[in-house]
Each structure stands twice: as C-alpha cells, then as structure tokens.
Write a protein that binds this ligand. Structure first.
Ligand code: SAM
Length: 255
C-alpha cells in the first residue's frame, strides 16, 4: 500500500481517528440516502466513507492535491465528486444540487474566515454540521451579555441558529491538536434577512473593534445618538450587550 503523506500542520491537517467520534458526528448530521452534502476538508475521508455508506451524494472540497487524489482512489464512487479547491473561494451555489447540506471538520487556521464565508452562502444550505476549535465554537454560539459574545456571534445570529453539540478531546485526532474541539450545528434562518448587509457589517465591525467603549462612542462617525436611540439601543450600552435585532434596526437607519 502506498505510504500516505505526513500531515501538513500549515493546512490544519489533524485527522479523526476515533471511530466513536466519527459516529457521533455522523449521527448529528443524520445523512439520508439521496441527500447532497458539501464536505469541507475531507482529508483521508473519515466522514466521507460513512456519508457514502448512508447513500448520500458527497461534493468534497479539499485543497491538498495529494489528499484529493487519494480520496478519489479510496472511494471510486459515482456519488462522490472531489473538487481540488480552496473552500474559501469555492462557489457553493454553482453546485446546483437539491437541498444541499454541509459537513466538515474545518481546518482550524481558517475556521473564522471560513465561517464568515459560509454565513454569506447560508441560503445555499439546509444546514451545516461543523467541527471547530472549542473556543471559536463557544464564541459562535454566545448570547448577548456573555464575555464571548462578539462579531462572530452577531454575524452568525443574523444568518443562522447555532447550536453547540459536543466537545472532542485532542486524542481523537492524529496528530492531536493543542486545543479541544466542538461540533456545532448551524441552521440557516431567514428571519433577519436585510437589504442593508453592508451597513450592518460595518456597524458590527466598528462596534466590536472598541468593545469597552459605550456604543455611542464606539460608533462615532458612523451613527449618532439619535439614530442609536431610534433603533431602541441605550447609547450607554456596550457592544457585547446588544442583540442582533438591534444592530439590524440601526443598520436600517443609516444612510
Ligand atoms: N475531514 C478529515 C477528518 O476529519 O479527519 C480532515 C479534517 S482536517 C482538520 C482539515 C482538512 O481541511 C484537511 O484535509 C486539509 O487539507 C483541508 N484544508 C485545509 N485548508 C483548506 C482549504 N482552504 N480549503 C479546503 N480544504 C482545506
């Protein structure tokens, strides 16, 4: 058998080797025959195999040329298409598959920008089951008032319901990462759809870039006191106390 290349830390290659954890992730996603999954970063295929066995179609997006080739060789399956591509650049809407779902043990070096990219594409997916470093997962799922509540939590809440599932210890991987991991389920939610996406992103970015200041001070030059109050926000509050609905109301009021 051909020797597999050594994992490349630069690409966040920590491969799942614990069969129980694989089963837990698959049970969380609960794939059914005929469903279409995008899998981000399939690596050697710990999740790809069970997805195919469940009868699902898998559109795997892997940046590593050798791993992409090995995956095709290991699973020569008509329901598997392997895209040798950067998940950050990939055009998910071009897949034109019905009822697309997403799964992935995300490469940690890229998880935050990748999540922002997935929020932008959220409408293309029915749901997303992702594994992240536990700290990022907790920030993703944080509520207003918590110290972890930040830009990631607000941008996630604007597009999805985020639900923490379970933690995974480093020894479930080869090589083990330095941190614990966590699986999160994201369900896109059109409730907060806005046409003021740019204004919303600008407000949230500026609010959290100075999170210790009052919101009135943090948003100087972008929103004045009257606009903040008209959005139902107390100008003395800090960014981390303000819910997504209020940021959206404020974005609607900005010219
Ligand atoms: N799914 C496998 C598993 O659970 O064992 C591998 C997960 S490993 C944490 C992350 C995978 O993402 C690696 O296979 C790595 O090569 C791939 N990867 C890293 N950067 C990527 C990118 N920009 N686009 C697509 N895949 C990427």
């Amino acid at each position: 058998m051909k020797q597999r290349q050594r994992p490349r830390p630069r690409l966040g290659q920590h491969f799942l080797v614990d069969a129980t954890v694989v089963q837990d992730i698959i049970e969380t996603a609960a794939p059914r025959a005929g469903e279409h999954f995008v899998e981000i970063g399939p690596g050697p295929g710990a999740l790809t195999g069970p997805l195919l066995s469940a009868g699902a179609f898998v559109h795997a997006v892997e940046i590593d040329r050798n791993l992409a080739r090995e995956l095709r060789e290991r699973f020569p399956h008509e329901r598997l298409s392997v895209h040798r591509a950067d998940a950050l650049e990939f055009d998910y809407s071009a897949l034109e598959a019905p009822g697309l779902r997403l799964i992935g043990n995300l490469p940690y070096y890229l998880s935050t920008p990748l999540l922002f990219r997935l929020f932008e594409s959220a409408a293309a997916f029915l749901d997303m089951t992702v594994m992240l470093q536990r700290e990022v997962a907790k920030r993703l799922c944080a509520s207003p008032g918590s110290r972890r509540y930040g830009r990631l939590s607000v941008m996630a809440a604007a597009r999805c319901r985020a639900e923490p599932c379970f933690s995974i210890a480093p020894d479930a991987f080869d090589p083990p990462p330095r941190v614990h991991s966590m699986v999160v389920r994201l369900t896109p939610d059109a409730r907060y759809r806005t046409r003021r996406t740019e204004a919303f992103e600008r407000v949230v970015r500026q609010a959290f870039s100075q999170r210790r200041k009052t919101i009135a001070n943090a948003l100087k030059g972008l929103a004045d006191r009257e606009q903040i109050e008209a959005a139902g926000i107390d100008p003395a509050m800090r960014a981390e106390q303000i819910a997504v609905e209020a940021y959206l109301r404020l974005a609607e009021r900005l010219s």
